[in-house]
Design a binder for this molecule. Structure first.
Ligand code: NOJ
Length: 496
């Protein structure tokens, strides 16, 4: 008997924590690189005509929301140091670099009444520097930094945002589209909507929990779909790019084999990834969301579901509006069905009726929300592939934080190796994953956590006016990986 138990135990261990590193090369066409975002690295917050955005406003008017009252006025100063950054990327050996465009650098008021040529020039220069170094730009059109004037009229819950976003995106395609083949309309929309309008974790820190996050999402999804159609109509023929959206999710592992827990785990991913991915592929929210939010809203006495409804025409317009799906994966949770007969709480989190927890043995990091669970990568990639019928997937973010006390970041080396191994395993499983960009190229402004949580391959000295960049130990690992496209010693590598 004990032999069987030992065997089961070993299988569990192998299947969960000690799985070996995949020794197959990544295909030559597989995009490999690093990622950043405008607000977190650029600085130059009011230079050359840039307008104010919602994070500028928070940092300046409500600084106690940010760790140590820090701000991103200078951040990594990439606005001035982009050539140096591209040289570092070149040295690292990336084939792709993901960065975002700051809306208020291009349209300082958020509207078309002012178009800032100096802002446009900055991104033109960055893109041509990347291209001159054979690095493919992967461009996020919106990474959380909404122009403040658009927030002043309500931000994403006001459906005017749809027109404003589409016209901003048109300026972006018009100016940069000849040189950009991969576009991401929105980064982590759940953070924009839930963090910004429900849970108070992100600007603009509005708390309309259970209502605001759904309205925000509804408009954001429409803005995404309209932008996709606008691109098809006005740009695709001559620019030939691919448009996607980047959605973040945990992997949710059922707490037990009980049907209720297995369904709860899947439901949680439907409420996080499916909330956005289902509409842009199948045209509407996942059935399980419609059911759970609908029933709960009715029980709470609302006259209609707090989850807004798409009309038939909108469903038609929403369907098939991505060429690829972006996935940001950092961590996993254990998921358990929550018996919530009362259904009193009005909140996205409660609407899903799932309880979550971290396993105590999962290693901690500098970020309270991030436990290291590499095997979740393979599982979530398979989930996305299965649910969205083999659409190309790019892992647009994956990374780990430390607190900057050492440049010997072995934790990051292990993290990247094990997660990339999960990506390679997923390729073996037949998942259509086509790229991976590590978060992040360098330490940067980690939103309300300021500079306290460091995700960079390069360390940045934020006390130095020059913002000196220094490679951490993980740079040599990553460089070797990019040069060989393989996660193990070259002699043990097997062709793709
Ligand atoms: C997701 C966000 O897109 C990025 O801005 C952030 O810094 C990382 N995750 C790490 O928290």
């Amino acid at each position: 008997m004990w032999k069987i138990e030992l065997l089961i135990y070993s299988l569990v261990i192998v299947g969960t924590s000690c799985s070996s590193v995949n020794n197959k090369k990544f295909p030559d066409s597989f995009l490999l690189g690093t990622a950043t975002a405008a607000y977190q690295i650029e600085g130059a917050w009011n230079e050359d005509g840039k307008g104010e955005n919602i994070w500028d406003r928070t940092c300046h008017s409500d600084p106690t929301r940010i760790f140590n009252n820090e701000n991103a006025d200078i951040a990594c100063d990439s606005y001035h140091k982009y050539k140096e950054d591209v040289a570092l990327l070149k040295d690292l050996g990336v084939s792709v670099y993901r960065f975002s465009i700051s809306w208020s650098r291009i349209l300082p008021t958020g509207y078309l009444n002012e178009i800032n040529q100096l802002g446009i020039n900055y991104y033109k220069n960055l893109i041509s520097e990347l291209k001159a170094n054979n690095i493919e730009p992967l461009v996020t059109i919106f990474h959380w930094d909404l122009p403040q004037p658009l927030q002043d009229i309500g931000g994403f819950p006001n459906d005017r945002i749809i027109r404003r976003y589409v016209e901003y995106a048109r300026v972006v395609f018009d100016n940069f589209g000849d040189d950009v083949k991969y576009w991401i309309t929105f980064n982590e929309p759940k953070q924009t909507c839930r963090g910004g309008y429900a849970a108070l974790g992100d600007a603009p820190f509005i708390n309309s929990s259970g209502i605001g996050e759904y309205l925000c999402t509804h408009n954001l999804l429409k803005a995404h779909a309209e932008t996709y159609h606008m691109y098809n109509k006005e740009f695709r023929d001559k620019q030939n790019g691919h448009i996607g959206i980047t959605i973040d999710t945990v992997w949710a592992e059922p707490d037990s084999k009980d049907k209720a827990d297995v369904e709860a785990a899947d439901r949680l991913i439907q409420f996080t990834y499916g909330w956005y991915a289902h509409p842009v592929t199948h045209g509407d929210y996942p059935e399980v969301m419609k059911q759970f939010v609908g029933e709960r809203s009715a029980k709470q006495g609302f006259s209609e579901s707090r989850l807004p409804k798409f009309s038939k025409a909108e469903i038609h317009g929403m369907k098939n509006t991505v060429d690829f799906l972006g996935l940001n994966y950092y961590t996993s949770v254990m998921a358990k069905h929550k018996n919530d007969e009362e259904k009193t709480a009005i909140d996205w989190d409660q609407d899903s009726e799932v309880d979550t927890y971290f396993k105590p043995e999962w290693p901690s990091t500098a970020s309270s929300w991030l436990k290291i669970v590499p095997w979740g990568m393979r599982k979530i990639l398979n989930w996305v592939n299965k649910n969205y019928e083999g659409l190309p997937i790019i892992v647009t973010e994956n990374g780990v934080s430390e607190n900057g006390t050492t440049l010997e970041d072995d934790v990051r080396i292990d993290y990247y190796r094990d997660h990339l191994s999960g990506v390679r395993d997923a390729l073996d499983d037949g998942v259509n994953v086509i790229g991976y960009t590590a978060w992040s190229m360098m330490d940067n402004f980690e939103w309300t956590r300021g500079y306290s949580e460091k995700f960079g391959l390069y360390s940045v000295d934020f006390n130095d006016p020059e913002r000196k960049r220094t490679p951490k130990k993980s740079v040599s690992f990553f460089k070797q990986f990019l040069a060989t496209r393989c996660l193990v010693e070259e002699s043990k590598c097997v062709a793709a």
